[in-house]
Design a binder for this molecule. Structure first.
Ligand SMILES: [Zn+2]
Length: 111
């Protein structure tokens, strides 16, 4: 998943570079409030970890789709119809993303 917040000046999304899985992890990493730099208008703002939202990382979904297609073709060749089960791989990637996004967005730290 990707983490982002928004810029008060130009209302554009600002991406946050972090591997944190929850707001708590993000707070441990960056502090309860941290500075972000908007790449669109250049303004620097202080953001609270609760202002950060998680969204789907499309790269991971595409990776899952790619992996699913390759695995399906390979398994179809060797094992026949059962290989189509690997078409479920992108769905598993999607579900995993959705559950981590949900857990990130539903947990707020105390202000
Ligand atoms: Zn901005």
């Amino acid at each position: 998943m990707n983490l982002y917040t928004y810029c008060k000046s130009c209302k554009k999304d600002i991406k946050i570079k972090s591997q944190a899985d929850t707001r708590h992890d993000l707070q441990m990493e960056k502090g309860r409030e941290f500075k972000v730099n908007c790449l669109s208008c250049g303004s620097i703002e202080k953001k609270h970890v609760n202002d950060v939202k998680a969204e789907v990382n499309n790269k991971i979904i595409y990776f899952g789709i790619g992996l699913g297609v390759v695995a399906t073709i390979t398994l179809l060749y060797f094992y026949g119809a059962i290989g189509t089960l690997s078409g479920l791989i992108p769905i598993l990637f999607w579900r995993q993303q959705m559950s981590s996004i949900k857990s990130f967005n539903s947990f707020m730290v105390k202000r």
